[in-house]
Design a protein around this ligand. Structure first.
Ligand code: SF4
Length: 379
């Protein structure tokens, strides 16, 4: 099972597609080392995320506690404080680290509202490489403003000898956003095709399956059904900064329990989890985030292997690309059917005064108070 721990909603980025930074938690309310120690061993991918996880003063102790509990421990960071990760990487070189990167210097800084973000992340990834890091990379949220730069960012990652993870715009309680919509779905989706082809051209099996993940992103961007049904609360779960455990990071009506007040097994075997799984089975959302997609791709019988569908798609299209032929995207994607979506402009917060927009989440007890937008829809 994969687990994401959203350790804080404090963040020093000012992204246009994620408003966590407008809703920071108080450190005293955030999931504690004691609560984290209640998690069992044996997770597959355990993602330590945020907000910005390097803002946790007890980051080092949390990593010491979590590292032995998972096959892969991942830290998702904005990359603005790389020096805080150096001692951790020196201790555990195989920790997976991904720094957010949204395009070339001007584009990335504008989308993320970060003055010197691009250069800090680039220097930071080099710093972690020098410290011995073996699983480093960038993570990009594909949107209208940066879709044309997708292959350029992939090339940058390859030049630096690191990975590129991709995701796209979503509405989700985790992002405090329910109005993330594409301006031109078709145009954005078409840009992803080039990345898929580039990934299939490489000699890395990991990249071939990432190509399939990106095919799922095309379907998501166009508003089509998911390529593979969701397995939330079975194959993955999320914990928010208040220690509330959730089936997924999108729907705010799928709480499973609270790890500070309950035990892990009690939560996962409880009535709330059973009720949430029924709702997941009937969920009609077309979200396609890395966690939800990666777990859905795994074989139920042999989790180390992918399902037959992704495996045969990869085999066929790797062969096509190797023979110098093009991937026949029209055979998989119905570009004639693109969902309508409202036009909601996104604006950069770079250089803008934002103090008045930040409201610390204080004295709020329930998930309903924590996520007042309530409904988060992806279609
Ligand atoms: S498909 Fe539904 S249950 Fe699964 S992650 Fe998306 S919103 Fe959550």
């Amino acid at each position: 099972m994969d687990l994401t721990i959203i350790s804080t909603f404090r963040c020093n980025s000012r992204c246009q597609m994620c408003y966590i930074w407008k809703n920071p938690t108080e450190p005293k309310d955030e999931i504690s080392l004691e609560t984290v120690s209640k998690l069992p061993n044996g997770f597959d991918n355990l993602n330590f995320s945020g907000g910005e996880p390097t803002l946790r003063k007890d980051l080092s102790e949390l990593v010491d506690e979590l590292y032995p509990k998972a096959r892969i421990l991942e830290i998702s960071s904005n990359g603005l404080n790389p020096e805080r990760l150096v001692p951790i990487i020196k201790r555990y070189p195989d920790i997976k680290v991904r720094f957010s990167m949204e395009g070339d210097e001007a584009t990335s800084n504008a989308i993320r509202g970060e003055k010197d973000g691009f250069q800090t992340k680039l220097n930071g990834i080099r710093m972690l490489k020098e410290a011995g890091g073996t699983d480093l990379g960038f993570a990009m949220v594909i949107q209208d403003e940066n879709a044309e730069q997708l292959v350029k960012v992939y090339d940058l990652a390859r030049r630096e000898g690191v990975e590129l993870a991709t995701s796209t715009l979503h509405n989700a309680w985790q992002f405090y956003k329910n109005d993330n919509y594409f301006y031109n779905r078709r145009k954005v989706a078409k840009e992803v095709e080039s990345l898929i082809t580039e990934m299939l051209k490489t000699g890395k099996v990991k990249n071939w399956f990432r190509a399939y993940l990106n095919l799922g992103l095309i379907e998501k961007i166009l508003g089509h059904d998911r390529l593979i049904p969701c397995s939330a609360a079975r194959d993955f779960a999320f914990i928010d900064p208040w220690s509330d455990v959730w089936a997924c990071n999108v729907r705010s009506d799928l709480p499973l329990g609270n790890l500070a007040r309950q035990e892990w097994d009690e939560i996962m075997n409880g009535e709330q989890a059973a009720a949430a799984r029924k709702k997941v089975d009937a969920c009609t959302q077309n979200c396609w985030m890395v966690t939800t997609a990666r777990t859905a791709m795994r074989s139920r019988l042999i989790p180390q292997l992918p399902k037959l569908g992704p495996m045969s798609w990869v085999a066929l299209n790797k062969l096509r690309v190797t023979l110098g032929r093009k991937v026949d995207f029209g055979a998989y994607v119905d570009y004639g059917h693109v969902k309508d979506s409202p036009l909601v402009p996104r604006t950069s917060f770079l250089g803008r005064k934002v103090k008045s927009e930040i409201k610390v989440q204080r004295d709020l007890a329930t998930p309903a108070e924590h996520y007042p937008l309530a409904e988060f829809v992806n279609q």
